[in-house]
Write a protein that binds this ligand. Sequence first.
Ligand SMILES: Cc1ncc(COP(=O)(O)O)c(C=O)c1O
Length: 367
Amino acid sequence: MLKYFDLQRYTALHREQLQQAVNRVVDSGWYLLGNEVKAFEKAYSQYIGTTHCVACGNGLDALSLIFKAYIEKGLLRPGDEILVPANTYIASIISITSNGLLPVLVEPHADTFQIDAQQMPKHIGKRTKALLVVHLYGKCAFTDELLSICEEHQLLMIEDNAQAHGCQWKGRRTGSVGHAAAHSFYPGKNLGALGDAGGVTTDDEELANIVRALGNYGSSKKYVFDYVGQNSRMDEMQAAVLCEKLKWLDQDNELRVAIATKYVDGIQNTAITLPTKDYLANNVFHIFPVLCAKRELLQRELHQRSIETIIHYPIPPHKQKCYSEWNTLALPITERIHREELSLPLNPTMTNEEVEMVISQVSDIRL
Ligand SMILES: Cc1ncc(COP(=O)(O)O)c(C=O)c1O
């Protein structure tokens, strides 16, 4: 079976360096708030192109800490509305509602899966204070129109860069364009730790300081608490691992794009909608999405042909039980994506033979 992403295989490729990084921490006797985290924060902020990076426990915390910090800073108040793409992963939405803010779900483009800027103005009212822009599947969500709408309405722009580490837009990396950005280093991400980890990047020093304090019980000085914070810290082991893995990120992303290009050029099946050639630009292909009206059948057929696939995601946030107040909303583009999307295996461990196998098997299936 070709696994969707064989993390054991990936880790084995870099076993020696990762082992050395882990051993260094084991031997150091220092496991939290130490030099490894400092080194990662420096390396990652340089890589992304921001003056600050604050490491934290995971991607959901990174998002949530940003909203909390803006509330502490007085730029957001409970009840304020936050524009967000309706087809995002649930964490984006949770980070808004858990801070007493109101998500306003905006439909995506059917062909890019990213928030449709043209749909934004009709949702903007007096209480709309921010956009949470999600670079979903690894594809940059920015357009000139999106940025000018944010500017015109003086919206804070927060990036959910959980799936797009290393992605570029007009010579800048995603995660450095908005006012602040959240990153997840969940193991299967393009830059993944060996456990949970996350980070916030920003050029706003005050915001970075508040985020850092909030993630450390609300304290910037030992036993002095300025905010009611939480415990969300990246541990030294994950920071050491991420410092190593950051060195391979660009090369891994190039491999991802090369495989995506082969899929777009090579797969021929009229029952499947492939991403267009335009979709290849500004994309680090965390996920390679195809649409198929008979998605479950396609997934079963591929499984029988020893290819593992994943659905991102089967149920949209507004149809989830936990958000029952939105269950009757009609968001047809979002709903179609959730009904038809299937992600083919695409990751830097794949051999040419495996890539060719996926192309020929997907092309061969008759639905
Ligand atoms: C778009 C998006 N945002 C946020 C998150 C949350 O990250 P984490 O799992 O590290 O909490 C994820 C993780 O899957 C994600 O895909």
